[in-house]
Design a protein around this ligand. Sequence first.
Ligand SMILES: [Mg+2]
Length: 385
Amino acid sequence: MAITHNRWIIHVDMDAYFSAVEQRDNPAYLGKPVIIGGQGGRGVVSTASYEARKYGVTSAMPMVEARRRCPVGIFLPPNMDKYAQTSDQIRHIFEAFSPIIEPLSMDEAFLDVTGMKYLYPDITDIPRQIKERIKRELDLTASAGLAANKFLAKLASDLQKPDGLVVIHPGEEIGLLAPMPVTKLWGVGDATARILKKLHIETIEDFRCCDLKTLEHHLGTCPIELYNLAWGRDDRPVIPDREAKSIGSETTFTMDIWSKDEMRGVLLALAGKVGWRLRKAGLYARTVTVKIRFSSFRTITRSVTLPSSLSLDEDIYQTACEMINKIPIYESVRLLGVTVSKLGQGGRQISLFEVTNERQEKITAVMDQLKDKFGEAIITRGRIL
Ligand SMILES: [Mg+2]
């Protein structure tokens, strides 16, 4: 009952991601037990380096316990901005190999590379090259699994951690899965495992041999999905996150401009457009990027990722201005652009630049209503004029 090999899925999982990033950026931490987690009294471990795992430190363990087990450990608070930025860089590498990417978290993703088999006669070159690029460009290691479906790909990426690469060729899954504990099947948690144990089902092979009716009787639900997984069958597609990744606006001038005052005026108009679209989509952004193209066509971008989400024009504008103010202008400018990214639905309309922002919010709301009613061009704020 071997699976047909009509798909190729890769699961990539960074090794001890947060602590690996810290070790990379602080050579003094290399080879040492590094433990990332909340520093408060009730903090838990988010990632432990492989050195720390030797002391029995695991993720989700209370930090107090981690300190007890590993007194020599280096305990650090998570630097989520840095991990998110690195995650974007990893994403760029993935994009070179497949447009169908489903991220599971900052350090894990599925890629459907089925269509790539024409570009890569040896499909195993893809995960190998992904790993190589992550190592070369980001100085981090990842483990990858390549198989005919998501379940097997994820299982494979975990088999040779860290820095692993496991390919499960069609047919191999039958023997590979057989001796594994049933808890390897997605959906078998502790409670289900206890029930199965009473039925003397501990391995996937045991599970396969059990009659479905008996299983249904004891589990209370039809176990057909688990049964399929036990035989290495899984139809779930890789679902790419296609929603807007960024919202931006740019303008090319009919005559190049020089002065920063003029640029700030343009930034205000661009921030107004971007902010409006952001709010219409019900989104908040954490990263603001400005783009400048000079008369020589040299183009530069500057980005800043903020600690909290924004959606107000004023915040986008101020953040963009701070970046522009720092850029030396040696030649005239032919294009300016503003883009926001790291979009999410969470966030409050808190202005980052003013103590009280209620007035700001009200002005924004009124302007949005007017723009909705009369079109975007109706309101040009004083400063632009
Ligand atoms: Mg990981």
